[in-house]
Design a protein around this ligand. Sequence first.
Ligand SMILES: *Cc1c(COP(=O)(O)O)cnc(C)c1O
Length: 376
Amino acid sequence: MYRNTWVEVNLDSIYDNVKTTKDICKKKYIAVVKANAYGNGDYEVARTCIEAGADMLAVSSLDEAMILRNEGYHGKLLILGATNPEDIPVLIDNHISTAAISFEWVNKVTQSNCKGLMIHLAVDTGMNRLGFKDLATLKEAFDRLLAAGCIPEGIFTHFYCSSEIDHDITNKQFQLFKEAVQSLDYPFEWIHCDNSDATIFFQDELSNACRVGISLYGLSPYTNALKSVVSLYTQIFMTKTIHKGETVGYGALHTAEEDEIIGTCPIGYADGFIRKNTGRKVYVDGEYAEVVGNVCMDQTMIRLPHDVKVGTTVEIFGDHISIEKMAQELDTISYEIMCLISERVTRKYIRHNKVMKECNQRLINSNIQKNNIISH
Ligand SMILES: *Cc1c(COP(=O)(O)O)cnc(C)c1O
């Protein structure tokens, strides 16, 4: 690591969170590691989930599925999003299952050779994103897939209000899903509807697998039994005292009203620390400190309550500022906060209580491209 801004991902806690949620749901376990495991590193997170007993991994696209295959994962793998019908041979060759998302999609797929393709039928129970809404169309698609030699190994739906206190919508969605599953009367190996939140509050008798994403990182409105996993840190690399009337950063957004100690940190919006963070608090040397002025691309200035040494760690989120609190203050959700942390930020992985690996993905990628030539 050559720049002192890093994410700490505690794999021990992910391991424990898988065990805990698995104990709650008592079903087969699909770990959702889409979007590079919510930005946290699909290889390390996937590996830990498998060690802790996950039965299948799910991603959002064929790119993400192939990345996991390239990284050496040979187990059950499902794409929850849309796959291009032209790419079906790649799925079959690599034993990757995919969602059947619409009648049009099934029509296209079954026009060429799709024998052996493993399918999970997506049932739209009201989210209006992907899937079949109408039972007759679902049945027609199912029959065509079977006739073409596809393997309908699963059926699923997705809840869109499971984090809300009132579970009426989720109950209604579940009833529609149940009707869809019963109408096909087929022994699906994988029947799944519960995301993280529903896995914790919704113990249904129909599904035989849960599909857990955000709970892997200990983020749940329903239980305190999970452990927090992800923290973001940077460091002070210089401090200075400014006087009344001096300004800080682009656009002179902040003006000092008295003498102030300003610390500069190597984190900016290119790291996913968005400009909206101005005015928010970070945690430095036992105290909260305010982000002042505009966040720059690569650097951020904070007003320190007391002078600190160069090299002092700054917590953006972690033990003192929860990722949920940060999300709330930025009008977003924890998922987005994690996904926004860019590849430029080094990830440190903790396993068996020590730093097991430090990984800067862009540096690693550039090593692979070492023999490329930009200019002589
Ligand atoms: C992202 C996603 C999940 C995981 O949701 P969490 O709320 O993170 O548990 C499950 N199923 C589908 C279809 C998804 O897109």
